[in-house]
Design a protein around this ligand. Structure first.
Ligand code: DGL
Length: 271
């Protein structure tokens, strides 16, 4: 048994898709979440900048003696994977768990990947998928605007602007015949109903947050690091900009009011 919390981070709100899944799959675990809302987006920045930010975010989480560090951010998972691999604690990003879920789900071996520019440029999903399924055809599209739309809370299934943006981004994936799409940025599972509506029901969406949470569960079980099964997991949220917008979206996504457990942290003082 290990009672320490799990540290989860993202550039902003996206990692809540991992937290949402962790709350279901790992109800006994305490979670410390850091959303770097003061510096979002990460996905349009250079690899070097993403690596620097990721190292700082991890340093903040490690101050809580976390038993595992979870990069709930596709951009960090792909463009800054080395930073994550250098820490002592068990850690994961979304790449491996999502690639495995996609390789298992596809029937025609054509897989779409929606990610940020940094993620698509890294080629990390292509490498992971091809390691599992060398003949897979992969159609990757960077969808930077979708990050801002989520951060702006434009997530309603009928939102005209978000639907139009989704339609335009997924067109090459659908035209290419993909039967499976990896939501390779953790902001995108928040838009899953809109993406599904536009992609059609014949397409399987891989929720990177869910795939990652399942992976975390497996690691804790294998290493015998689960929390006390009688403990009800508690979440604390930290953000590097004002809390209001983060809480507005988090309250919808997590179906609970997190305002009292969300605090501002001056990341520049921590690092
Ligand atoms: N949620 C992020 C990701 O998974 C970050 C998007 C961004 O900050 O650009 O890539």
């Amino acid at each position: 048994m290990d009672k320490r919390p799990i540290g989860v981070f993202d550039s902003g709100l996206g990692g809540l898709s991992t937290v949402r899944a962790m709350k279901k799959l790992l109800p006994n675990e305490d979670i410390i979440y850091f959303g770097d809302t003061g510096r979002v987006p990460y996905g349009t920045r250079s690899k070097e900048t993403v690596e620097t930010y990721a190292a700082q975010d991890i340093k903040f989480l490690r101050s809580f003696s976390c038993k595992m560090i979870v990069a709930a951010c596709g951009t960090v998972s792909t463009a800054a994977a080395d930073v994550l691999s250098r820490i002592d604690e068990p850690s994961t990003g979304i790449t491996k768990p999502s690639a495995k879920a996609a390789a298992e789900a596809t029937k025609n071996n054509v897989i779409g990947v929606m990610g940020t520019s940094a993620t698509v440029n890294s080629g990390a999903f292509d490498n992971e998928i091809h390691a599992l399924s060398p003949d897979a055809k992969i159609i990757s599209v960077s969808c930077p605007l979708l990050v801002s739309l989520v951060e702006s809370n434009w997530i309603d299934i009928d939102d005209e602007v978000t639907n139009a943006a989704v339609r335009r981004y997924i067109a090459p994936i659908i035209e290419g015949g993909a039967d499976t799409i990896i939501l390779g940025c953790t902001h995108f599972p928040i838009l899953a109903p809109i993406i599904q509506k536009n992609a059609g029901n014949g397409v399987t969406l891989i929720d990177s947050g869910l795939a990652e949470a399942q992976y975390v569960k497996n690691v804790l079980e294998e290493k015998d690091m689960q929390n006390d099964l009688n403990h009800a997991g508690v979440q604390r949220f930290f953000v590097s900009d004002k809390t209001q917008n983060f809480c507005d979206v988090a309250n919808i996504l997590l179906s609970e009011d997190i305002s009292d457990s969300c605090e501002f942290v001056d990341i520049f003082k921590v690092i």
